[in-house]
Ligand binder design. Structure first.
Ligand SMILES: Cc1ncc(COP(=O)(O)O)c(C=O)c1O
Length: 411
């Protein structure tokens, strides 16, 4: 009989097969110190470009104060159990009201982990005759949510609204016969390559086709829109997004997530999302922390302004040095490499060792096979010196030659 553990010796998967070369550096590196612009890697202080701490809220003193007070009063575990059973508090509901108001929706549902919330939200919403149409480069939590769907699902090529429309035509023909409905899923900001989803164009298709839209705005919430309320606001179509989802693990720099929609949809989700019914509630530590983080996010536009000033300076600097940052129109800053993984690994190691710059490398299967990129995440905590030192490092011929910008441009 075949031993299902055979592969654990012979084939650890597309990233796992590199384990011996990259574990501890590219994969599972240990960054120490408080989450901020500077952290320690192997004892060496580095400029940290790898945390999605966009607004610098990870260790904001007012947040830390609330979190310490919460732990002192309630402990780190309260409440236990699922929301539905014993995990409810008035603070969860207060946070939900505040989130819904901020993103201009009727109601919100705060969840424990973003990944599983997305999975269960999709699972709860669609029945076997419904069809899901989603952007091919959506985050793994969407792809895995789609995997749970027993009915039809079509992926459209990334940000290609014509391809989406073709799929809508195909789906409409089918649901006309089966009586199902259509759910379109995309992202506000694609978190690896930094492009905004074409939300405006997708919403415009609602005039001709009958479907609901769900947007995962993990990287847009807090960073986009005049008030930070996200990419829907940025593109002027927030009201037309049927389900707006985000996580607390990026701009809020914490844990947990939320889903917003009309009240009846949220009521339905609260009673039908299996990952929330059969998994524990978000502890008060994170709930009260999130209320404070949201408050600071809303009332301190200076943080968002600083984030964007840093983003602009960094992205302009990279472009002036000849780097290819693709089509990003968000704070996420990709630097496209030639796709030679070994050279990319050496580049990342060189940046850390010789220039004290810590950034992450992304390769297959996170991005398509031919791509490898460095992912640089500016935050409000970065200083002028951080940006200057980084651009100086990337201007050095030995770094530039390893990045192979020209080759990737020709692909
Ligand atoms: C686009 C997107 N959606 C969802 C998630 C999941 O959020 P969480 O970290 O709360 O599980 C992430 C986090 O990496 C993300 O980038």
């Amino acid at each position: 009989m075949h031993d299902i553990f055979k592969k654990t010796y012979e084939n650890k998967g597309p990233i796992g097969n590199w384990k011996n070369k990259i574990e501890g550096s590219i994969t599972f590196p240990e960054l120490t110190g408080k989450v901020s612009n500077r952290m320690f890697y192997k004892g060496q202080e580095c400029i940290n470009w790898s945390s999605n701490n966009y607004l610098g809220l990870a260790n904001h003193p007012e947040v830390t104060k609330v979190e310490i007070e919460t732990v002192n009063e309630w402990g780190g575990s309260y409440p236990m159990g699922s929301r539905m059973m014993t995990g409810e508090t008035s603070y969860h509901k207060e946070l939900e009201r505040k989130l819904a108001t901020f993103v201009n929706k009727e109601a919100a549902f705060v969840t424990n982990i973003g990944y599983q919330a997305m999975l269960s939200c999709i699972d709860a919403l669609v029945d076997k005759n419904d069809i899901i149409i989603y952007d091919a480069e959506c985050h793994a939590c969407i792809v895995d949510g789609v995997r749970l769907h027993v009915g039809q699902h079509y992926a459209f090529s990334h940000n290609n609204v014509d391809a989406l429309e073709q799929n809508l035509k195909r789906a409409e023909k089918r649901v006309d016969k089966t009586g199902g409905g259509i759910l379109v899923i995309t992202e506000g900001i694609f978190g690896i390559q930094g492009e905004q989803g074409k939300l405006k164009e997708i919403i415009a298709l609602k005039a001709s086709y009958n479907f609901r839209v769900m947007v995962d705005d993990a990287h847009g919430f807090g960073t986009m829109g005049h008030d930070g309320s996200g990419t829907g606001t940025e593109q002027g179509i927030q009201d037309h997004i049927d389900i707006y989802y985000s996580t607390f693990t990026k701009s809020m720099a914490s844990m947990g997530a939320f889903i917003t929609a009309d009240s009846n949809v949220i009521d339905y989700l609260k009673y039908n999302m299996r990952s929330q019914i059969f998994s524990r509630t978000l502890p008060l530590l994170y709930v009260l922390g999130a209320i404070k983080r949201l408050d600071i996010m809303r009332n301190t536009p200076e943080l968002r302004n600083k984030l964007w000033a840093n983003t602009q300076e960094l992205q302009t600097g990279f472009k002036n040095l000849g780097y290819d940052i693709g089509k990003t129109n968000s704070c996420v800053t990709p630097l496209y490499l030639s796709g030679d993984i070994v050279k990319a690994i050496h580049l990342v190691e060189k940046l850390r060792k010789d220039f004290s710059i810590f950034c992450s490398m992304v390769a297959y299967p996170v991005v398509p096979k031919k791509l490898a990129l460095l992912r640089v995440i500016p935050t409000a905590t970065h200083t002028k010196e951080d940006i200057e030192e980084t651009l100086y490092a990337f201007s050095k011929p030995e770094v530039k030659s390893m990045a192979f910008t020209e080759e990737i441009k020709q692909q």
